[in-house]
Design a protein around this ligand. Structure first.
Ligand SMILES: [Zn+2]
Length: 220
């Protein structure tokens, strides 16, 4: 290493960067920071001489620490830029899952029909009085064998808040001619079902995940 005497003066902290980070990835992180001095370092990390735009082997040979030292960018600043970049990547990756998560919550929020526990789905119960056994219609399910189970309360609250139908940002959508009218109580369940049906009918278009705004654009 006799041909790179500057190496001797590079602080240990900066030299550590050579082991911790990948040059190309750090170059992308610095480019995205929008800071011109960071972008200059990004160019150098790609082995390119910033003023001329020419790739030079002597620049390519230098490690991250040496290039930081040259451009006067500290260890902490490089680490911070890299951290921001990774954080953004994590946010994007999480955001990609958001539609599926929201859809899952909406499905959990929906009421569903479940088998009646009283008659085990037969719609009838056996009543024995003395020696005699009679078959009677099951009262909880009214003979249907199914009972309605409310949607998950936490999911319901989340969906309704998300759609701003309850809570701080609550509003009433009352739009004659629009595809739905939102009221209170049971109607909300119907609303969610209608929103879901509407989306299914419209195919897989992501835009259909939201409640369609009224044609005149006014929300009262
Ligand atoms: Zn029953």
């Amino acid at each position: 290493m006799s041909n790179s005497p500057t190496r001797l003066y590079i602080p240990a902290k900066l030299r550590r960067l050579n082991k911790l980070l990948d040059k190309q990835e750090l170059a992308i992180a610095l480019d995205l920071s929008g800071d011109p001095s960071y972008q200059r370092l990004a160019t150098l990390l790609r082995g390119i001489d910033p003023p001329t735009g020419i790739r030079l082997p002597e620049i390519e040979r230098l490690g991250i620490g040496a290039l930081c030292y040259r451009t006067g960018i500290s260890y902490n600043k490089v680490v911070e830029a890299y951290k921001q970049f990774k954080r953004s990547e994590a946010v994007i990756s999480a955001a990609q899952h958001l539609p599926a998560i929201v859809e899952g919550i909406a499905i959990d929020a929906q009421p569903r029909e479940v088998t009646c526990a009283q008659c085990e789905g037969t719609g009838e119960i056996q009543v024995t009085v003395g020696e005699e056994t009679k078959t009677k219609r099951c009262i909880p399910c009214e003979g249907s064998g199914k009972v309605r189970q409310a949607g998950d309360p936490v999911a319901r609250k989340q969906v309704l808040e998300m759609m701003e139908l309850v809570g701080k940002g609550a509003m009433t959508i009352n739009a004659p001619g629009a595809n739905m009218v939102v009221g209170t109580g049971e109607t909300l369940e119907e609303t969610l079902r209608a929103a879901r049906r509407g989306r299914q009918e419209a195919g897989t278009e992501q835009e259909q995940r939201t409640i369609d705004a009224p044609a005149d654009g006014k929300v009262q």
